[in-house]
Design a binder for this molecule. Structure first.
Ligand code: DSN
Length: 422
């Protein structure tokens, strides 16, 4: 038995090994433009695949429900210390399994069923866990959405204020999944104070930019800040919650465990500690600066080819492309498929006031975190825009798509992904 358990995956389960190998090849040879994805370091992967996966550690450092937690305590303390240093925060819970779990714990801490939430409409860049009817948040709470303005395609604090004073929400949510502009956390905090609401900022997308000081911070401004750890922050897939007071911290800890989660994913918390350590290094700030510069370069290159960008551009790592000016009949769904055939990975996305359904859409969401991790810079962004335009113009001409696919392989070959065994 021990012999079997000690043999390499390729020997014991060649089927799974082959699927993993295929995924490695896919990631290596394609241009990853999904704004919420990234390529983690070998060190993060190594920690995530470590023996910490073997251990139950329900509870928190120093107060566990299982024996043998000495190293669990050490690593969770380290993750917390690094997260607080990175974001200049007072209190953090690093056990949230995901961004949606982090949001759920905040709702449980701040709301009662039937209370009112004011949050950004999913169709205007929000997130399903911010109150979509089919999500727990929309099913249990009364959700009032705010959107972007028709003319600017940006959030107007005047509109948010008007809605907040009219509906008197218990919780206001700011932060988004597909919003290319700066979020005015201080403006939201003013509105929340005026109408007596608590404020939650979901910084899942822009956490890396905030950590690097390239976007105003929500920490210490919003009552609760939730985030994922795997997007611009470039850590393992997971979540985390910051708050400002001991009372809120106690509530959040209680609502993560035992409120909504059981045993923490200690291997993921270990990998979070590694990722936060990486983010505390000076190279991380340079990386984030390049992410933002690359987003601007990609946006300008696409605009020079006639593509309209929602709100006219980007302040962060992502942009929303309105396909209609250049390709009036092309849906986001079809565009995503044609681009994938050429080795360019994106996701279809509603644009504000989209007349097409969410399953079709008129737009694409693009982001630069993953390409920047490979070492690509502004010159490569111009090439990427060119390849995208070629692929979208070629449509279902498979020979042209294959030709573009080869160019994509060549470009990826010049910028290899992190390699090696941890
Ligand atoms: N699904 C994530 C995204 O792509 O933005 C958010 O959770």
């Amino acid at each position: 038995m021990l012999d079997l358990l000690s043999r390499p995956l390729a020997e014991t389960d060649p089927q799974v090994a082959e699927i993993i190998h295929n995924e490695e090849q896919r990631q290596e040879s394609t241009l990853e433009l999904i704004a919420s994805e990234n390529h983690v370091s070998v060190a993060v992967r190594s920690a995530n695949g470590s023996v910490f996966t073997n251990k139950y550690a329900e509870g928190y450092p120093g107060k566990r429900y299982y024996g043998g937690c000495v190293n669990m305590d050490a690593v969770e303390e380290l993750a917390r210390t690094r997260a607080k240093q990175l974001f200049n925060a007072e209190y953090v819970n690093v056990q949230a399994h995901s961004g949606a779990q982090a949001n759920t714990a905040v709702y449980c801490a701040a709301l009662k069923p039937g209370d009112t939430i004011l949050s950004l409409d999913l169709a205007h860049g929000g997130h399903l866990s911010h109150g979509l009817k089919v999500n727990f948040s929309g099913a249990w709470f009364n959700v009032v959405p705010y959107g972007v303005e028709r003319d600017t395609e940006q959030v107007s604090m005047a509109t948010v204020r008007k809605l907040a004073l009219e509906h008197k929400p218990q919780l206001i949510i700011c932060g988004a999944s597909a919003y290319p502009r700066t979020v005015d956390f201080a403006g939201f905090a003013d509105v929340a104070k005026e109408c007596g609401a608590r404020l939650m900022a979901d910084i899942a997308h822009i956490a890396g930019l905030i950590a690097a000081g390239l976007h105003p911070t929500s920490i210490g401004v919003a009552d609760f800040t939730t985030t994922t750890t795997h997007k611009t922050l470039r850590g393992p897939r997971g979540g985390m919650i910051f708050c400002n007071t001991e009372d809120d911290y106690k509530l959040i800890n209680r609502w993560i465990f035992p409120g909504t989660q059981g045993g923490p994913l200690m291997h993921t918390i270990t990998a979070k500690a590694v990722a936060f350590g990486e983010a505390l290094r000076p190279e991380f700030r340079e990386y984030q600066q390049q992410v933002a510069s690359n987003a601007k370069a990609l946006a300008e290159s696409l605009q020079s080819k006639g593509y309209r960008l929602v709100s006219g551009g980007t302040d962060n790592h992502l942009m929303l492309v309105d396909l209609r000016d250049v390709h009036p009949d092309l849906t986001g769904k079809q565009a995503e498929a044609w681009l994938e055939a050429a080795g360019i990975i994106t996701n279809k996305n509603m644009i504000p006031f989209d007349e097409r359904k969410p399953t079709q859409t008129s737009g694409l969401r693009l982001g630069t975190p993953a390409l920047t991790t490979r070492g690509m810079k502004e010159a490569e962004m111009a090439q990427v825009a060119d390849l995208m335009h070629q692929a979208l113009s070629a449509g279902d001409d498979t020979a042209t798509a294959e030709n573009i696919r080869n160019k994509v392989r060549e470009l990826c070959g010049q910028f290899p992904l992190p390699h090696g065994e941890g």
